[in-house]
Design a protein around this ligand. Structure first.
Ligand SMILES: NC(=O)c1ccc[n+]([C@@H]2O[C@H](COP(=O)([O-])OP(=O)(O)OC[C@H]3O[C@@H](n4cnc5c(N)ncnc54)[C@H](O)[C@@H]3O)[C@@H](O)[C@H]2O)c1
Length: 428
């Protein structure tokens, strides 16, 4: 019955959590001709979706508005619509608590609301990044509360989300989608569902395998960035240009993959996801030593950058205290507007604590909250007046060519000024 509805596009699709992950997915299915309802607790977001006004960079309003107009895409804060849905993808946040323990409250809250209106024959897929075992140990018992059994009365899967905001080449549609079910029949249904709208589906043997796939991918990235950062620290003590080293190493056609150092990790994934794994394995008495070590090195990069700024100012006989520092770029990575976990926030906090006057520019971020206050984006005047310009995020929109003429002193943490040599440019 459900398979027929999915194939004939008469299945009613629900997406819970309309953020960076959920909104592109909802739009993809609406564009395929399904009737899609997005559920989000944030009234401002549901109102904007219903007005055809996108707030996610990778989803243009021009693509979303016609889908809203034709009735294929709607958004609501009301979970009672679940009673009329055939499928649900859960894309709610999974942050870490201050203690680096996973905060499962968003998943639990979403599942408890879904459970109130849940019915037989549905397909539920968790997409939020989480520790291995979540779908089976946490989600399944909530959905089975009213007597329905996973694998018998409904289909249950986990599918890791791999979206890379701001990547024009790989988006929801053409990123291969891994899916693992509670039973083989669940996996089959998950595969059928995704293959309607996405180009390449990769079925795996269980929900736990699918959960672990995501953590391997992000742990791999976090640890390799940690290694690149450690190599950068070593090169710094020996006066070697680490960027040149990595670029040359990357000419090896096999057995090497370049990762780059930087001011620290940012975003909702790389700094966070590996700690789901270390938290889970700790319970089994296994220490995730690579993760802890890379976390330590990456977490210290903002401190190292402050020391670089201090040393650069020392060369012109100025202390950080009382200096004007202008930050170029505060988003956690190039060409996006997301500041979650951005190392720029740590760096600004540390500079303010040392008594610097801090300004910033970022074409994507008009304001940031810092130390209980708000800092608004500045412009050219702050940049030219600054004692030091610190490049934290290498947005393409910045004019790097003229920067050495406009800035008194530059500390470049991203090699944005690749190939440009001048006495007032200091590189990580
Ligand atoms: N952003 C990324 O690049 C990315 C990439 C891969 C995986 N992920 C993972 O996907 C998940 C979602 O991330 P995101 O970046 O889309 O987060 P987000 O914060 O952009 O969006 C989550 C949305 O869920 C809503 N929400 C929270 N609790 C809810 C509830 N109980 N019911 C309904 N809606 C609720 C929030 O209002 C928000 O709009 C996370 O687990 C994240 O780790 C994110």
């Amino acid at each position: 019955m459900l398979a027929h509805k999915i194939r004939s596009k008469s299945a009613r699709v629900g997406v819970v959590g309309l953020g960076y992950v959920g909104l592109p997915l909802a739009v993809e299915y609406a564009a395929e001709g399904y009737n899609v309802v997005g559920i989000d607790l944030h009234e401002g977001k549901t109102a904007r979706v219903n007005a055809g006004d996108s707030y996610v960079g990778d989803v243009p309003s021009s693509a979303m508005a016609p889908l809203v107009k034709s009735g294929h895409l709607k958004a609501t804060t009301d979970f009672s619509v679940v009673a009329d849905l055939d499928t649900i993808n859960i894309c709610v946040p999974t942050p870490l608590r201050k203690t680096k323990d996973p905060d499962m409250s968003y998943i639990v809250n979403a599942c408890e609301e879904i459970a109130k209106y849940f019915h037989a024959g549905m397909l539920v897929i968790l997409e939020s990044t989480t520790y291995p075992g979540t779908t089976d140990e946490l989600v399944r018992p909530i959905l089975e509360r009213n007597g329905l059994k996973a694998g018998e009365d409904f289909f249950l899967c986990f599918s890791p989300e791999r979206v890379d905001p701001g990547n024009p080449k790989y988006q929801t549609k053409n990123i291969p989608k891994v899916v693992g079910g509670y039973t083989p029949a669940c996996t089959e249904m998950g595969k059928l569902f995704y293959s309607q709208a996405l180009e390449n589906v990769v079925p795996v043997g269980s929900t736990q395998v699918a959960e672990m796939v995501k953590l391997l991918e992000n742990t791999f990235r976090m640890i390799n960035i940690g290694l690149a950062n450690e190599i950068a620290l070593m090169c710094d003590t020996m006066g070697i240009n680490v960027w040149e080293v990595i670029d040359a190493a990357a000419t090896k056609p096999f057995g090497f993959m370049p990762f780059y150092p930087g001011p620290g990790l940012g975003g909702h994934c790389i700094p966070i996801d590996p700690f789901y794994l270390s938290w889970k394995t700790k319970q089994a008495g296994v220490e995730a030593r690579f993760i802890e070590l890379a976390g330590y090195i990456n977490g210290n990069m903002p401190h190292f950058i402050i020391e670089k700024v201090q040393a650069a100012l020392n060369d012109v006989s100025k202390p950080v205290k009382g200096s004007k520092i202008h930050i170029l770029g505060v988003a956690y990575k190039r060409d996006i507007d997301d500041v979650r976990e951005s190392p720029a926030l740590d760096i600004i906090h540390l500079l303010l604590r040392r008594g610097a006057t801090v300004s910033y520019s970022d074409p994507y971020v008009p304001e940031i909250s810092i130390d209980g206050g708000t800092l608004y984006a500045g412009g050219e005047a702050e940049l030219t007046e600054a004692d030091c310009v610190l490049i934290v995020t290498d947005h393409k929109a910045f004019d790097y060519k003229s920067l050495p003429q406009r800035a008194k002193l530059i500390v470049d943490t991203r090699n944005a000024l690749k190939g440009v040599q001048a006495p007032h440019i200091v590189r990580l």
